[in-house]
Design a protein around this ligand. Structure first.
Ligand code: SF4
Ligand code: SF4
Length: 133
């Protein structure tokens, strides 16, 4: 597993796209450029519809970082959080190897599964996920 730069607690992600928008605005990306995007998982018949039938509904989200992400080098060298991490309203994202390692240890102890996306996803190396499922 590559050194974790950003840890994503999927139990906290609500699919709001604030991370993606903060990156786009903070880094001045073109309209069609996204360095982090958010997939909807487990949706039913259409996008953004939950799977299952009431009351047994389920929905999840997966933020994915592109190879273009530069981990906000200009901000983090001054001790600031990356735009995506700083603007996540649910504190689903943890930045930095030490902070992520400490959080991973706690989450593992609480029964979380810790994993990376498969290489064929071409995700930026250094992103680690934690999930109860
Ligand atoms: S990681 Fe945070 S900011 Fe990004 S979609 Fe999930 S909850 Fe929203
Ligand atoms: S770390 Fe910075 S460059 Fe990378 S996705 Fe987050 S906001 Fe964008």
């Amino acid at each position: 597993m590559a050194e974790t730069k950003i840890l994503v607690n999927l139990e906290r992600c609500v699919g709001c796209w604030s991370c993606a928008m903060a990156c786009k605005i903070g880094n001045g990306l073109a309209d069609d450029a996204w360095w982090v995007t958010v997939r909807t998982l487990g949706s039913g018949e259409g996008i953004d519809r939950p799977a299952g039938t009431y009351p047994n509904l389920s929905m999840g989200w997966l933020p994915v970082w592109s190879e273009s992400c530069v981990f906000c080098a200009g901000r983090t060298r001054d001790g600031k959080q990356p735009y995506c991490v700083y603007n996540c309203p649910t504190e689903a994202l943890v930045f930095g190897e030490e902070a992520a390692a400490a959080e991973i240890a706690q989450l593992r102890a609480a029964g979380f599964r810790v994993f990376e996306l498969p290489v064929w996803e071409n995700q930026k190396p250094g992103i680690t996920y934690a999930s109860r499922k």
